[in-house]
Ligand binder design. Structure first.
Ligand SMILES: O=C(O)CCC(=O)C(=O)O
Length: 269
């Protein structure tokens, strides 16, 4: 059942200005269902399931996406939680579609960092009303929490897309910028992160630059990330590999067309 949630103006303004906002306790009623969904997902990974951990690195960084059609708890969350309603308020949209969901589990002792990146250059979508909701399902110490650069969604840059393994996507596009060496220039940026409780929500724009530290804590770091899109989302061709791949999508949608395909159902409005 959808519980109506009304964000306050300051939360919406923070999202618009910083490209990221923390909303405490938003999904506390969804912790158990999402944990059950992730258990199912890790026991039976989908076709895109991955271990992002590199040879020789310790721990385990599991990722998978595009499983909401087969994992009932994910579907229920996307259709029946306040996720879509809250996203509509953050991005100022009348409708919300699912883009996909992404599960990211960093087990204790994982030395793999998530590299600094932003998501839009490898997503097949353009627009301004675009938002991911990163939801921890375990307590997350600030030293383990993903980090976000405030205001980076407004830099007007598209960075060379980077995989979570650190490899770069193959691209011909000369307009793409190279990600600055943020870790060596941290004082130059307004880097935001928090100590989190299960059911909190970090909402961030697809253009907001972010990364995540190692998980050297003794806690699992299970996260469910809902990728949602508002009214102005349109299909984009990227001239190379995209993630998720959405096979055949270019036969259904033309560049610049609304994301009106069965892969991307409307869940709000
Ligand atoms: O969970 C992580 O380590 C990274 C999260 C992320 O990059 C994302 O949700 O877009």
């Amino acid at each position: 059942m959808v519980n109506t949630v009304q964000l306050d103006d300051q939360q919406i303004k923070t999202f618009q200005d910083n490209g990221v906002v923390l909303i405490r306790g938003l999904f506390k009623d969804w912790i158990e269902p999402l944990r059950a969904g992730i258990d199912h997902n890790m026991k039976q990974p989908g076709e895109y399931g991955k271990n992002y951990t590199q040879d020789g690195q310790s721990g385990h960084f599991f990722g998978d996406y595009c499983n909401w059609q087969r994992i009932p708890q994910y579907r229920d969350f996307l259709f029946n939680s306040p996720a879509a309603e809250v996203t509509a308020q953050l991005v100022g949209s009348d409708t919300i579609r699912i883009f996909h969901e992404h599960v990211l589990v960093k087990e204790p002792g994982t030395t793999q960092k998530t590299p600094w990146h932003h998501d839009q250059p490898y997503y097949c979508v353009d627009g301004k009303q675009l938002c991911s909701l990163w939801i921890p399902l375990d307590p997350v110490a600030q030293s383990v929490c993903p980090e976000f650069i405030a205001g980076s969604h407004q830099w007007g840059k598209f960075f060379v897309p980077t995989k979570f393994t650190g490899a770069q996507y193959q691209r011909e596009d000369e307009q793409l910028s190279v990600m600055p060496d943020i870790d060596n220039e941290r004082d130059d940026y307004d880097i935001l992160s928090w100590s989190l409780e299960p059911g909190d929500c970090i909402a961030f724009h697809y253009l907001t630059v972010h990364g995540a530290p190692q998980n050297l804590s003794d806690q699992r770091r299970r996260a469910f990330s809902a990728r949602l899109m508002g009214d102005d989302a349109v299909f984009a061709e990227r001239g190379g590999e995209i993630s998720p791949p959405f096979p055949g999508i270019e036969k259904k949608l033309s560049p610049g067309a609304p994301m009106d395909a069965e892969e991307f159902p409307v869940v709000y409005g």
